[in-house]
Design a binder for this molecule. Structure first.
Ligand SMILES: [Mg+2]
Length: 247
């Protein structure tokens, strides 16, 4: 009797132990799935709710944002360039010195958006278009950003344009996920005034100071020699790292 009592207890303890071990093993395997998904070029929906999802990780291939034929030279580095506060500043308030005025309809009302070009933007875009595959990537809506780009980029530096719907909404910010472009990440650079935009790929970023109305600003002009050097290197990370440590 005494022996049976302890034997039952032992079996129960063993079963509880086995249950805990199985649960831990299952959680670790799903955590591993999350890590691998974050490195891959696809989205993993179960990882968003791993407590509820107990089945195998579902990998859904995502169509790249850029087509392969968009680049006239596949060997060129792809440079993703932001719009607002990087190349232009726009305002609903009338600006006497606006370069463009764009009518934009919002909820049935047409608003006049006044756009100021950052100093040296024409020269910057022309040179960048010669050296790189340039992509306009903005978190703004296309109904505003597309007509701005038409007027801003007369020389056709941008081979592609990506708008808000191409961003990933992450913790209250529109993030530009460079891994979705369909280009080798080792050959992608992003120029942006907002660090939140490139939070997934900070090593690929060339930060720029936000611009609003300072007409003596030379940020874009000063970047041209840096990009001329970048256009000739095999390892972009080496140059980007050196720039970060020097600034
Ligand atoms: Mg911006």
């Amino acid at each position: 009797m005494f022996y049976n009592f302890f034997s039952d207890k032992l079996i129960r303890l063993l079963l509880i132990f086995l249950y805990i071990m199985l649960r831990t093993a299952l959680r670790i395997s799903m955590l591993g799935c999350c890590f691998s998904c974050s490195k891959s070029n696809s989205y993993c929906f179960p990882c968003l709710s791993f407590r509820r999802q107990r089945s195998a990780c579902l990998q859904v291939p995502v169509k790249p944002l850029l087509s392969q034929s968009a680049s006239d030279d596949p060997a060129k580095i792809c440079v993703v360039i932001d719009l607002d506060e990087t190349l232009v500043h726009s305002s609903f308030k009338p600006l006497n010195n606006a370069d463009f005025i764009i009518p934009v309809e919002i909820e049935g009302i047409v608003h006049q958006v006044h756009v100021l070009k950052r100093p040296h933007v024409d020269e910057f875009l022309q040179r960048m278009g010669e050296m790189f595959e340039c992509v306009l990537f903005t978190a703004s809506l296309s109904k505003y950003a597309d007509p701005v780009s038409d007027l801003l980029d007369k020389g056709g530096a941008f081979q592609s344009r990506l708008f808000r719907e191409a961003c990933v909404y992450h913790r209250g910010n529109y993030v530009k996920d460079l891994s979705r472009l369909g280009r080798d990440l080792n050959r992608v650079i992003i120029i942006d005034n907002s660090p939140a935009s490139y939070i997934f790929h900070p090593d690929n970023a060339v930060p720029v100071v936000s611009w609003f109305d300072d007409m003596s600003d030379t940020e874009l002009l000063d970047l041209i020699p840096f990009f001329e050097r970048l256009s000739k290197v095999d390892d972009i990370y080496d140059i980007l790292r050196k720039k970060k440590t020097s600034s």
